[in-house]
Each structure stands twice: as structure tokens, then as C-alpha cells.
Design a protein around this ligand. Sequence first.
Ligand SMILES: *Cc1c(COP(=O)(O)O)cnc(C)c1O
Length: 455
Amino acid sequence: MTGFRALPSVDQVLLSPAGRALIDDHGRAAVTTALRARLDAARTAIKGGADGAVEAARLAGLLAADLAASAQSRLRPMLNLTGTVLHTNLGRAILADDAIAAASAAMAAPLALEFDLETGGRGQRDDHLRGLLCELTGAEDATIVNNNAAAVLIALNTFGQGRQAIVSRGELIEIGGAFRMPDIMARAGAHLVEVGTTNRTHPRDYQDAITPDTGLILKVHTSNYRIEGFTAEVAAPALSQIARKAGVVLLNDLGSGSLVDLGRWGLRREPTVAEAVAEGADLVTFSGDKLLGGPQAGFIVGRRDLIAQINKNPLKRALRLDKIRIAALEATLRLYRDPDRLAERLPVLRHLSRPQADIAAQAERLAPQVAALLPDYAVAATDCASQIGSGSLPTDTIPSAGLRITGAGGDAPDRLAARLRGLPRPVVGRIHDGALVLDLRTLDRDEDLLEALSA
Ligand SMILES: *Cc1c(COP(=O)(O)O)cnc(C)c1O
């Protein structure tokens, strides 16, 4: 039979055993909406000359596939095998077990967020983190906002609104995602005063620029690029003296800002927050979800009188953190009290510090098993290079190992990459030199990859 009459009615489908099973899984409203869309498409196809009986026979299968696809969250867990450990587009830091447990508990029950359990009076949400941050950085005081971009914004606004903010031309960075220092300054109401040149800035450049209208000097850690060759910058201790003499605030935006010396785990050092504080910056800003390994957050640590002024800024209320992240941050910061066990407990550090030999052994072990799951492709263990990511030490790579997967045809790596992105647990690698490379640095368990690929 051809024509529309071959198609069932909406009610016929909904009352059929297959329809009822779909309603059990997805709910009546979703099934009805998806069914109407499929019936419309089938009518259009029949008008175009398609066989109505064929369209009717395809209906149930298509409907089930539509509903399964729309029931799948795009935020489902995936495997980041790109080699970039802190991948901004993949959510940056994976949290520690303690942080996940603390966040879950904070979601499920009331907690003393702004409540003093001793007195029964009002408390402050930042208090849960302030003590730990001061302990770990040596700063007098601390305040916490939505992310480091917000930390820079509120600090600039508090001390630079309607005033001048001095920055070296070598530090007028763009972080990505439209975070450009000159634009943030403008939004904060500060007048940007650029000093020095792209490659060289001297103490006198800052000194000459200071006027009675100067509100602050901003030093920015150029985390995502490096200027090499004939260069000069004014180090923080010297800048601190210039700022102090002039009575203006020195703000050091560290970006990643580690709380520990990464050299201990064989990684290149990033300046630590404690060092930046000790070097005399009045305020230091850094991220919660970069090297620190926690959820998205921005910290400002430094002089108590200045932190008090920031906390009075009405922007603070707009930029504050929610209880879930405060709970996760508190648990993450606590791990730093025991640096000996930090690499075991903090996934970011565990991944960054994995020895290449360990990853290479994993690659040798997995290559034949992955090859068996991808019959159309050749799979070989390979050396590769990981990156920290999120703008930390961008020119440094960490020796790593992984799987190099090749197939017939020039578009084989792209086709395979698309297939792996479509898995129930998507797998993302990177395409390099005509192959799809899966960097195994961030693969904690072999089974995770094997199970993902088997699906
Ligand atoms: C990453 C970074 C920022 C922005 O931090 P977010 O946590 O992404 O908001 C600001 N300044 C510097 C130097 C950075 O590296």
C-alpha cells in the first residue's frame, strides 16, 4: 500500500506495545512530540514519491533512535585523551574524590554556609576558605569570586575606577574567550596607562608614569606566551618598592598560580602564590581550576585593608561563589596541607606527574586490545607530548605516550575522530601527522578506554 493511509495514527503508535515501552522510558509528552515530527517527515517523503508502506515500517525504529539521541546529555562524561591535561573546552580540572564528596554533600543537605555553628549567629561564606588560603599562601587575608577573570575585574574596579592603572606593554595579554586586559580595564572603569615596549620595560617607565591619579600598578603573569631574546621586565620585588613609595596598589595577576613548587614532581616551576605574596605584591589573583586542581573560582589574596575594600564593592555580591563550589574548594585546599600525598589525591597533579615509562607501558599493553576493537584501523604505541593547558607553561611539553591510530584514506583520522565523539562515552584525541593520537597520560584505568570503545 502506498500513500498516507499506510501511516499509523498518533494514537495507534502510542497504544502499541512498542509505543508503551517508549513512553515508559521517555514519558508521553516526549514520545508524542518525536512521533509527530517523524509522521510529518514521512508524509513529506510520501508526497515526494516514497512508498508509504516503507515509511510506516521505518517509523518505530527511527522514533526509538530519535528519543534515545535526545535523552543523551551532551554533558555526559567523556575521556580526554588530547594530551592537554587542563583542557578549558573539556572543563579544566578533574576534581579530587574528597572535593566531589564535599560538593555532593553540599547539594543534598543544608549546611552552615553563612551561619556560625558556635554562636548561632550570621557567618560569612568566604570564611570557609579564608583561613586555608592564608595558611597556604602566607597572605594576611583572602576573598573568593567566580573565576580569575572576575578577580581581576573586581580588583581593578575597586582600586582603579576613575583612576589610572599602569601596565607594561609586554603584559597586555589576551587569555582567550575575549578576556583582553585593555577591555577588562575599560569595563572596570580604569584608565589604562601603557608603559615600556613589547619586549622591554624598565623601573623608570613605571616611575615616570605615576601621577596623583594613579590607582594601581598591574603586573600580569604572561602565562600563555613567552617573549624571548632582548627582553627586560621589572621583577615584582622592585615593582613593589615603586608602588609602595608612590602609595599605590600593586596587583599581581598570576593566572594559574600554583600553591606548591611543581619542581618537586619533575615539572617546570610556575611561580607559586606564596612567592608572589612574599615578593611584596599587595594583592595576588589566581584561578581555582587551573593548576590548583579545583572547581572554577578566582582568588584574591593579600593585604587585609585592601581585601576589606574589595568585599565592600557591590560587585562582590554579583561575583560570589555558590555553596557547591565552596565545599569542593575547601576539600581541595585541605589536600595541600599534606604535600607528600598530593600527587596521589589531586587528579591534575597525578596526571601531570605520571612518568613517561608508566604511560608507555600502558600504551604497549593497550595497543593490541584497542586494535581488536577497531578492525579497520592500525593501532601502534607511540611517544607523544602532553601539555598542561589553560595557558600554563604553553611552550613546555611533557614527554608522554599513547596510541597512534591510522586507517585507509586521507580522511581516516577525521572519520574515526567523529565516530569516537559519538560514543556513549565520547573519546577525544588529537589529529597529528595523518593519525589520530590518543595520549594516555590522563587515562587512569585501561578499562575506561576499552569499555568506551566496545560500546
Ligand atoms: C587564566 C588567566 C586568567 C583568567 O582566569 P579564569 O580562571 O580563566 O577566569 C586571568 N589572568 C591570567 C594571567 C590567566 O592566566
